[in-house]
Ligand binder design. Structure first.
Ligand code: FAD
Length: 341
């Protein structure tokens, strides 16, 4: 187990690809800043990569007091072993009390590897983080300044608070899109700590010869308006209604998991617990019941319009505008009305 410093820094793994920071890492900075301020410790960003120094200033503007910059040609592309080795070395050296990762593909791969090697705890896919105090039921011992790791559990039926008072550093991955994007502050100052990195090709089981990247078919997180269809739309052919409504609003089309599983649309469009988390200005839910796992990905939308023929559908409980009716009648009328404008 790694030596513990319970007054250590709060760290964010600053994930980057091709010299560009992942949005989730930036989102995490705002929450991590709040945690560090509550604990009265420094917030540091951990930046492994190759030729990524230019991102340090960006991270400082997003709230980092310190950036640990670990540059090496073998860190150009994310690989589990090389990244885990570097991060473990830095955790052992600087002893942070909290390490946070975005629950991206890389974060979900890296965090368990680091946590297991460090014999630390890890809570995956958190939707919120807080600092709190816990009294153990067993011996009544009081533990202060713990990281409360909040996430849906039991298939999304409860929201659980998970604490980990005897394994340090406390680690969590945080879902994409659940934290608001902070505004950069060019007046925020921080220091860049350049770390020596020792890596050899033998540290990597895979040699990358050529990279092929598949671009996502849709960027739901960036969409201001989303039109989402559920199983109630009925078929892939009928899902054209969703595309048509989305097109005339300049919106992104999205879907529930059953709509994706039924082949109405590609998985890149799925919103919810196992899809993308979105917070657009307007979310139009068509033929969607509003299960808790779907709400987990869209309930923070600024305005929600729901079209459902069941007045008891849970989505109507969170909708700002509720249309109880058959989507096959309502949606074509909406399209006509918008086109006539
Ligand atoms: P349904 O629940 O079947 O709802 C269809 C709705 O359409 C109903 O409300 C019905 O009244 C309405 N309807 C039917 N016909 C019409 C009509 N003609 N006009 C108007 N309304 C009509 N789900 C997700 O969406 N995203 C996730 O990421 C996700 N992750 C999950 C993870 C786990 C671990 C689990 C267990 C489940 C997950 N689910 C997820 C599934 C989730 O539990 C629900 O099953 C799903 O969200 C329901 O999708 P739906 O609303 O499309 O379908």
């Amino acid at each position: 187990m790694i030596d513990v410093n319970r007054q250590g820094e709060v760290w964010v793994f600053a994930e980057q690809h091709d010299g560009k920071l992942e949005e989730t890492s930036i989102e995490l900075m705002s929450k991590a800043r709040h945690l560090a301020d509550t604990l009265k410790v420094r917030l540091a960003a951990l930046l492994p990569g190759d030729e990524v120094r230019h991102l340090s200033t960006e991270l400082i503007h997003y709230g980092a007091d310190k950036v640990y910059l670990a540059e090496h040609p073998l860190l150009r592309t994310y690989q589990t072993n090389s990244y885990a080795k570097v991060i473990l070395g830095l955790i052992g050296k600087h002893k942070p009390q909290i390490v946070l990762y975005g629950a991206t593909a890389a974060g979900r791969d890296l965090a368990p590897r680091v946590a297991s090697a460090a014999k630390a705890g890890l809570t995956a896919d958190c939707t919120d983080l807080q600092i709190g105090t816990h009294k153990t039921a067993k011996d009544g011992e009081v533990h202060e300044n713990l990281l409360f790791q909040i996430r849906p559990a039991f298939g999304g039926n409860i929201v659980a608070t998970i604490i980990n008072y005897d394994r340090w550093p406390q680690m969590a991955t945080v879902r994409e899109g659940v934290m608001p994007m902070p505004e950069p502050n060019p007046n925020h100052h921080g220091v860049i700590v350049t770390e020596a990195v020792s890596l050899a090709q033998d540290d990597l089981p895979i040699e990358i010869l050529q990279e092929h990247k598949r671009a996502k078919k849709v960027d739901l997180k960036a969409a201001r308006i989303i039109v989402a269809g559920g199983a109630g739309v009925g078929s892939k052919e009928n899902f054209k209604l969703i595309w048509d409504l989305a097109n005339c609003l300049g919106a992104a089309p999205a879907a529930t998991r059953p709509a994706v599983d039924l082949g109405f649309i590609d998985h890149d469009h799925q919103v919810g617990q196992t899809g993308t988390t979105v917070r657009p200005s307007l979310y139009i839910a068509v033929g969607i019941s509003g299960a808790i796992q779907h709400q987990a990905g869209m309930a923070q939308s600024q305005k929600i319009v729901a079209i459902n023929n069941d007045p008891e559908a849970p989505i109507l409980g969170i909708a700002h505008y509720k249309i109880v009716g058959d989507l096959n009648e309502v949606v074509p009328k909406m399209i006509r009305a918008i086109k006539e404008k």
